[in-house]
Design a protein around this ligand. Structure first.
Ligand SMILES: Nc1nc2c(ncn2[C@@H]2O[C@H](COP(=O)(O)OP(=O)(O)O)[C@@H](O)[C@H]2O)c(=O)[nH]1
Ligand SMILES: [Mg+2]
Length: 311
């Protein structure tokens, strides 16, 4: 469609409104997204994609804000995607984020968008991957993706960036949470934020011990302290990201990771397509309803549905 081709052109020339529209399109899983990504994908791949994850309240948004400013000072452009598991219209936290992050809006070298997770039938990770492509094709030098790091969708998002920053704060509880969420083993840089608080050295030591015990790591993540709210330690964070990037490049890990990302995206799209198709063919709700009445086991239900998709 010409309309989508034109939209893709505008995205490529970096027009903010076109970028916003394109992201809405993939966020809503609109059928035209296929053509859109088809037009943009080959122009993506140049951006540095960084994931910032960690428990709520750790200071991720504050850090993202500071990183974005630091990058702008180096004349680099920054696209920001914030993923929030709550609906964008309820939950004061996100509203707070938006208001706070709005300060950055006046600069066209920064684009901020929060991705809604509502109603995404397994579509959050695919939508975010597509949004990253859009920002990448629009020419943003860096793309920062903030996630809370809970749930498979979010883990999938985090797995599809070049470098992962895990933000923790003094106090052991948060670290244990992070380990539980299965995020720990994919961290490339540990950021200990709120270093103005007591117990920061203890947290750093705990992380060091944990890393020392992990013998199978290809890369030893750096541990960086910062006070995001005051903008302290931001250069150190960037330096640690740079170190990881350099290693990833030289070791060939970056190439391998991006190939794994492609696989993950394809898998997610397949799941999305199969689910959608199953719903079209069978009406999943109704199918579950009747299977429940008949006390069918899940294997049988899935097999029945799959057979109907295939026929
Ligand atoms: N004391 C202290 N507070 C901070 C620091 N960084 C962020 N905060 C505060 O922590 C709260 C949560 O920050 P936010 O960036 O929204 O956390 P997020 O939920 O991880 O995105 C806010 O009130 C911030 O002002 C820091 O380095 N030190
Ligand atoms: Mg936040």
């Amino acid at each position: 469609m010409q309309e989508i081709a034109t939209l893709a052109e505008k995205v490529r020339s970096g027009q903010t409104r076109a970028v916003a529209r394109a992201i809405s399109l993939v966020e809503n899983r609109h059928p035209d997204r296929r053509q859109l990504i088809g037009e943009l994908y080959r122009h993506a791949g140049g951006a540095r994609v960084i994931g910032i994850t960690g428990p709520p309240g750790a200071g991720k948004s504050t850090l993202v804000d500071r990183l974005a400013r630091a990058l702008r000072e180096r004349n680099l452009t920054v696209g920001i995607l914030a993923i929030d598991p709550t609906s964008p219209f309820s939950g004061g936290a996100l509203l707070g984020d938006r208001v706070r992050m709005q300060k950055l809006y006046t600069d066209s070298g920064i684009f901020i968008r929060s991705m809604a997770t509502r109603g995404a039938m397994g579509g959050l990770a695919p939508a975010t991957h597509d949004a990253i492509d859009i920002l990448d094709a629009a020419g943003f030098d860096w793309i920062l993706v903030e996630t809370v790091g809970v749930g498979q969708d979010e883990v999938d998002v985090v797995r599809s960036v070049d470098s992962v920053l895990l933000v923790s704060v003094p106090g052991l509880g948060d670290d244990i949470q992070a380990i539980k969420a299965g995020i720990m083993e994919i961290a490339d840089v540990f950021v200990v934020n709120k270093a103005d608080r007591q117990g920061v050295d203890r947290t750093v030591r705990d992380l060091e011990v944990m890393l020392a015990m992990a013998t199978d790591l290809e890369w030893t993540p750096g541990i960086v302290k910062c006070v995001a709210s005051r903008g302290e330690g931001i250069e150190d964070v960037l330096e640690a990201v740079e170190a990881h990037r350099q290693w990833a490049n030289e070791s060939g890990i970056l190439g391998r990771r991006r190939k794994e990302q492609l696989r993950l995206r394809v898998e997610n799209l397949l799941k999305e397509q199969v689910l959608r198709r199953a719903d079209e063919v069978c009406n999943l709700n109704r199918e579950i309803e009747s299977a429940w009445e008949q006390r069918l086991d899940p294997y049988e239900i899935a097999t029945r549905i799959f057979e109907r998709i295939e026929s």
